[in-house]
Ligand binder design. Sequence first.
Ligand SMILES: [Zn+2]
Length: 399
Amino acid sequence: MSRIDPALARARELLDRFILFDGHNDLPYSIRRAADGDVKAYGLDRVHQESDTDIPRLREGKVGAQVFAAFVPTSVADPGRFTLEQIAIGLDIEEVHSDVFRPARRASDIAAARRAGKIASVISVESAVGLGGSLSPLRVWYAAGVRILTLCHNETLDWIDSATDAPRHDGITDFGRALVAECNRIGMMVDLAHASPKAQQHVLDVTVAPVLWSHSNAMALCPHPRNVPDEVLDRVKANGGVVMATFVPNFISRKSHEWMSPLQMHGKTRPGVDIDNAVALRAAESGPWPRGSIPELCDHIQYIVGRTGLAHIGIGSDFYGGPNPPDLADASRFPHLVAELVRRGWSDAALKGLLSGNVLRVWRQVEATSRKLAADRPPSIARVEAEGVGRPQRKKPAT
Ligand SMILES: [Zn+2]
């Protein structure tokens, strides 16, 4: 006999009223791997049991706005081209499924999509490696529809240290600072997920608009290097930014992080390790991988709120087709997360902020800052000249 969980019923009702904005989903990369980037052939309108995101489950999960990440692995041969191809997959999702998704290029488009009965689609670029050390492509990405830029991925670039790699710059270089200034000028939201703590601090020093952490949790609860340390959390309120709590098992659960750590270096899979095999072997030795849970994720959400305030929290699932916590297995599960917060006594106003109110405030502030700066500052053509692979750049950008 099935009984209706009152908190879950309440969560579903709230998700009909308040728009759920998910800050990070790697669907374009999943489509690239599974269907060579052919959105139509992939068939997003059917359930993909082998993965975690498709239209039926986004609808069941009551997602109102979805950020699709144009993810670019640092090591690809031609990152500039790869970035454009990934952005194109995002655009193709919007075009092939225009009955479901509505392109969101301004903060006000989010509510417009809901009024039209559609899911707002926001495109981000995950890792600015494809800039190739030049600011000019940034404006082209923006013109193509990109509104969020995750500065780096798991590897340190020529101008920024990654959280999961050896540092080379003690934060960011002059080019990194010029990039943040240009993002502020054109109205690109800056995303500090994946940046090293020092790099996060440097960006906070120079940005004149609020920033995002599109998929990160609290380091105090789980010491994974991808999580946000207290000294950075303590600066979020003054910046006005939003930390979007994420579902990645190793970022949620200290047990998961510890279980996984023999297979990892700098918080990512050791070179040469076949992760599926290694996980199976480790499970045979030490029991199943403890992949975190909704209550543990809510502990992060509440910790971040305690440190930053209710206006600075959001959700960024980081669904990428990989292993997720069992109770957050796919995009249909968002109401269960909201239900847990309902059980914990979260008010409607607090949930509204978490679901989208806070990130929309950031977006509007980024737009307002851009209007002000663009009025009297010309586009930046700053660039650094390549000095060879693996060597730190020393030249100052031409500003
Ligand atoms: Zn990521």
